[in-house]
Write a new protein. Sequence first.
Length: 489
Amino acid sequence: MIVLERADQLDLVTYDRIARGRETVRIAPALLESVAEARAAMLQHLAGGAELYGVTTGLGRLAHEPLAPADREAFQRTILLRGAGHGPPFPDTVVRGAMLLRLAGFLAGAAGVSAELCAFLAARLNDGWAPVVPSRGISSAGEVVALSHLFATLAGAGEVREDGAVTGAAEALARRGVAPYTPALKEGLALVNGAPLAPALTAHLVTRAGRLLEHATLAGALTATLCTASARPYSRRIGALKGDPGQERVHARLAALSAGAADWADRPQAPVSFRVLPQVHGAVLDQLDTAEAQLARELRAVTDSPLFLAADGAEPAGFYPSGNFHAQALCLTLDTLAIGFTQVANLSEKRLHRLLDARYSHLADQLASAPGRQTGLVFLHKAVIGFVAENRMLAAPAAVHPVDTSAGQEDFQAFTFLAAEQLGTILDNLELILASELVADRQAHHLRGAPLPPPLEAELERLTTGVDPVHDDRPLSEDVERVRARLAP
């Protein structure tokens, strides 16, 4: 169990233990007391006649419409019932991460929610609550559409996953012996006016992307070695002369994969796609480091709007509209990663094409066991070029498309979810591209009949076990999918 003692306690390791590792949480009593004190101050200010968006007024363009005092409590539940998303649901790990980040933001006190709501959220994390949250049609006005789907389940509306099946949230709460939560003043608004899904989704994608980049480096090392390319471009001294941290780490990884058995012969230069692997993968590794640094900040961020802030110098106590729900930094990060991993895929496609060409591989064209009566593995490449073409289209930035909604009141969007969807598809395609390259590596290894450096030999065996040499033409889709399953987290 992890005890939350401070609002800014989450780091990437703790987040992963709770969101993905499903460790339980407990909120320290002193922290709950500070949340209650912050809410009492907020309610006192509200009782003094202050106007509060979404509590004493309507929402969006209706912010100028007053709400009668008798309608205000009920309106907080109504706010949760506006989900209008579509498409497949987010993974449970992403949704669980969003619940955790919403809780962490509330513990800072500025959202003005109750200690009871924080305790209710912690209890749902601990009992495996898994709301069904659609992943498409949810990009406008921060995350309000998606968070309506997520947090309506606390009030007994919407759907959750239980033991692999989808069921109504009210029934799932009843099975736990828990009454649906009734949001008090400002709590419905606080549940949907933040940005917890963007970092949760980014964390999921960054973890997946890091694993794929490691496999891409491995595939590159295998293909270069099987083509008998000189290891000289991979010298760690070359990385040191450039000085980029990510590139130097890739050079070090390539050295480890050769285990001192690298071929340092002075041969004619291999194609550029072989020689620039450290530069391309190193740059993308630096992007992943930047993404993790931003994520570390997002885990401690308070993203609500409006916020209740105490007086500070010339700034009076009161409700402060905030733009922290606008996940621009993460959207730009995801756009950048989409471009980077499109380049990783481009590089793999080029290596595969060179491996199928006798001029570079010094093996039979198309890696055919019986050239002439057999086609070889050329169909792998024919499929891959479609995936790289799709990736190039998906690499167009999502962050540059703001549009008006709510009659012009909400006129700028980050489109973080769209950027995440594009990156997710690029990573899906990259899995297939790398799996295709590895199937070709398996065939090239069979045809060459010479041992690889021990680490490369072991990794090729691990990833391509069950992929038999291609002696006669056969469908290769099953082989690719078998390898792909081993690349997936």
